[in-house]
Design a protein around this ligand. Structure first.
Ligand SMILES: Nc1ncnc2c1ncn2[C@@H]1O[C@H](COP(=O)(O)OP(=O)(O)OP(=O)(O)O)[C@@H](O)[C@H]1O
Length: 268
């Protein structure tokens, strides 16, 4: 298994319980979307899987190891096998796009080569090829602060494709793109993951994109798995239950009176 969680809880430092009794198995090469309302725990789950957070309880196995039984150095090596796609890629504003993409392999290179690559981009061909898959080859020598939010997200995806990890964890990877570009970009990411046998786990607010691109969908609500099924099996009732928002005053009144409208599925 690429990922295996059993009985995992995650409680943040302020006492907020973000994930509760999570049991999950994801096999190598699977492509899985995580959907759910705001605050459901999607980002917390991805941070946990990226070993940015240690589970408060339960067992996590990642790429056939227990990351928290490893030394700090071995965990660092494990992280180099995982590609992270952030909603807002943490790229230095003045950095050139080519350098940002080549940084995808920093964790797997010698220190000397990494430092040299930061000063003088060595593998320009590789960076151009990765950017070309996201239709951004012409931005190779632009500065990151000269790109739009959607372009920056695509640079973040190109960087992870260049990294060629075994597992990709993507947190809202297309949230800053228009619907057509978001659809196209998720298509590229999924095709590349499938072609290379990379396991892909992505959180998404756009349900229609999750269903269109990912064979398996996990619905997370209040830190628990509400459903975990093939996307072709997912029905309106499950989605309505996932996104029912009793906290909204109008919604609460409608739910209480049994006049709730059909749920409007979130779009990007
Ligand atoms: N660093 C943190 N410290 C304390 N509580 C946190 C922290 N990060 C998230 N939380 C809380 O954990 C819960 C889950 O948050 P999380 O960001 O994982 O949800 P999400 O599903 O990604 O939400 P969204 O779709 O709005 O990004 C929320 O109640 C949130 O307030």
């Amino acid at each position: 298994m690429t990922l295996c969680l059993s009985g995992v809880d995650q409680i943040h430092a302020n006492g907020q319980a973000a994930l509760q009794d999570l049991n999950l198995k994801i096999a190598p090469g699977e492509r899985v979307a995580i959907i759910g309302p705001s605050g459901a725990g999607k980002t917390t789950l991805l941070r946990l899987l990226a070993t940015g957070l240690k589970p408060s309880a339960g067992q996590l196995r990642l790429l056939d190891t227990d990351p928290w039984a490893l030394s700090g150095r071995a965990r660092q090596r494990l992280r180099a096998r995982i590609g992270l796609i952030h909603q807002a890629p943490p790229l230095p504003p003045r950095q050139r796009v080519v350098t940002a993409v080549l940084a995808g392999r920093l964790g797997r290179q010698s220190l000397a080569r990494s430092l040299l690559s930061l000063i003088y981009p060595l593998d320009r061909h590789g960076a151009r090829e990765a950017l070309g898959r996201l239709d951004l080859a012409d931005k190779l020598f632009e500065r990151c602060d000269q790109l739009s939010g959607g372009q920056l997200q695509r640079v973040g995806i190109a960087r992870v494709l260049y990294q060629a990890p075994e597992l990709i964890l993507a947190d809202e990877p297309v949230s800053a793109m228009d619907p057509v570009l978001a659809d196209h970009t998720l298509g590229v990411l999924n095709r590349e993951a499938a072609r290379r046998g990379i396991t892909l786990l992505a959180s998404l607010h756009a349900v229609e994109l999750a269903l269109a691109h990912f064979p398996r969908v996990i619905g997370l609500r209040a830190g628990r798995v509400l459903f975990d099924c093939p996307s072709s099996d997912l029905g309106q009732a499950e989605l309505a239950a996932l996104y029912a928002n009793e906290q909204l005053v109008d919604g609460a009144l409608e739910i209480a009176s049994g006049t709730a409208r059909p749920v409007n599925l979130p779009r990007c």
